[in-house]
Design a protein around this ligand. Structure first.
Ligand SMILES: Cc1cc2nc3c(=O)[nH]c(=O)nc-3n(C[C@H](O)[C@H](O)[C@H](O)COP(=O)(O)OP(=O)(O)OC[C@H]3O[C@@H](n4cnc5c(N)ncnc54)[C@H](O)[C@@H]3O)c2cc1C
Length: 361
């Protein structure tokens, strides 16, 4: 049976964030997860406060009123300053990753306003720099580029949606017919792998050069590379001589997969590991404390012990595993913390992990 300072259950943004922060502060950490989380489904932006309930332009300013109206919300519990600090931490993790100079941009000062795949504006605090050029607060002319065969991505729908929702924007669509993995139909990940190839980028630029109008910004599906997104994006901007931006697609989310890869690598560098296909099915207790988790790996059952457990996936399982965790505030030595995507970014700051001294390693 392995032993760690902390077992984190779940490999979504919550679990990975908690794990990286804990490992960076000196704890020996392992992440156990059934599979990947919503990173692979979502748009890849970090949305802090987009609606409250009207659209929010300045989330930093709106947070105070929001927290006052929702005192139990994690934002109210940790405060705007720690939210800001967490965003800066996330940006630093991305900027220090092997995908750099790929980076995230933004803050609580202002929400970006980026189009979804159907051309609806959506407010986000932090966005990949490969998306930032699509900010509808400044963009006036959009050329939406699609690829015949890319599942569930229709540039005409994007352009039409933009014209309807943003009267100040003119938009038109174009679809390229290029082979991707030799298939008639392909998803965003396959397209991203194609974009990682320089020859494919050259072909795209050659096809588009004569068709891009002066003044247009060029919208691509968010599939501009999985291994080298910054290089792909820069090549397209230089080759086309126009600003280029990514628009989130339906799953799989390539920007979300980049986040997963970045966080997993940050954890590896800090000495931790992610184990996928590890389904937590129960726990061994000693008094009120969880001493070990029972984990199903294929047909086998394994046990992992730890001083602390961070659950990120499911409150029902928390109740089953650790009925005493609900009394956490009163418990001087909790063994289980529950966290979700919001609080994991922020709450770990409030409840410092059991940092180990050098002597105890
Ligand atoms: C379609 C979609 C689009 C979104 N778009 C955005 C967006 O653009 N911007 C934004 O800020 N937010 C977005 N969100 C919300 C955001 O993705 C979620 O709030 C966040 O990813 C949730 O992260 P999480 O770590 O709490 O949970 P999850 O990502 O759901 O992770 C749960 C983890 O727990 C694991 N797990 C579950 N049961 C077990 C078990 N028994 N044993 C072991 N592991 C287990 C899962 O395998 C997974 O790894 C979107 C969500 C969805 C679904």
């Amino acid at each position: 049976m392995s032993h760690h300072d902390v077992l984190v259950v779940g490999a979504g943004v919550a679990g990975l964030t908690a794990a990286v922060r804990l490992a960076q502060s000196g704890a020996r950490v392992r992440v156990l997860a059934k599979g990947v989380g919503a990173t692979h489904l979502g748009g890849g932006t970090i949305d802090v406060l987009g609606y409250a309930p009207e659209r929010v332009d300045r989330p930093g300013e709106a947070l105070a009123a929001f927290a006052a109206a929702h005192p139990a919300h994690p934002y109210a519990r940790v405060g705007a300053q720690r939210v800001e600090a967490a965003l800066e931490w996330f940006k630093a993790v991305v900027a220090g990753s092997p995908l750099a100079p790929y980076a995230y941009t933004g803050s609580l000062d202002e929400n970006h306003l980026l189009p979804t795949a159907i051309g609806v504006p959506k407010p986000s605090a932090l966005v990949p720099i490969t998306m930032a050029g699509g900010d509808l607060r400044t963009v006036t002319e959009v050329l939406a580029v699609g690829f015949r065969g890319l599942k569930e991505y229709h540039p005409a729908l994007l352009a039409d949606g933009l014209r309807r929702t943003m009267p100040s924007v003119t938009a038109r669509a174009i679809e390229l017919h290029l082979p991707v993995e030799g298939r008639a139909e392909f998803n965003a990940l396959a397209l991203a792998r194609a974009f990682d190839q320089r020859d494919f980028r050259r072909t795209v630029i050659a096809e588009l050069t004569s068709q891009v109008h002066f003044g247009e910004v060029v919208a691509f599906p968010a599939a501009l590379g999985i291994a080298a997104p910054h290089e792909v994006w820069s090549d397209l901007e230089q080759g086309l001589g126009r600003p280029v931006f990514e628009v989130p697609t339906l799953p799989p989310s390539v920007p979300g997969m980049r986040v997963f890869a970045i966080m997993r690598e940050a954890l590896r560098r800090a000495g931790g590991r992610v184990l996928l296909n590890n389904v937590v099915v129960g726990a061994d207790h000693e008094g009120s404390r969880v001493r070990a988790l029972r984990v199903r790996v294929g047909l086998r059952e394994e046990r992992h012990s730890a001083d602390w457990v961070v659950l990120t996936h499911n409150k029902a399982l928390l109740a089953a595993l650790a009925p005493h965790a609900a009394k956490r505030e009163a418990d001087e030595k909790p063994s289980v913390l529950w966290t979700d995507a919001h609080s994991s970014l922020f709450e770990i700051l409030r409840h410092p992990p059991p940092a180990r001294t050098a002597a105890s390693h």
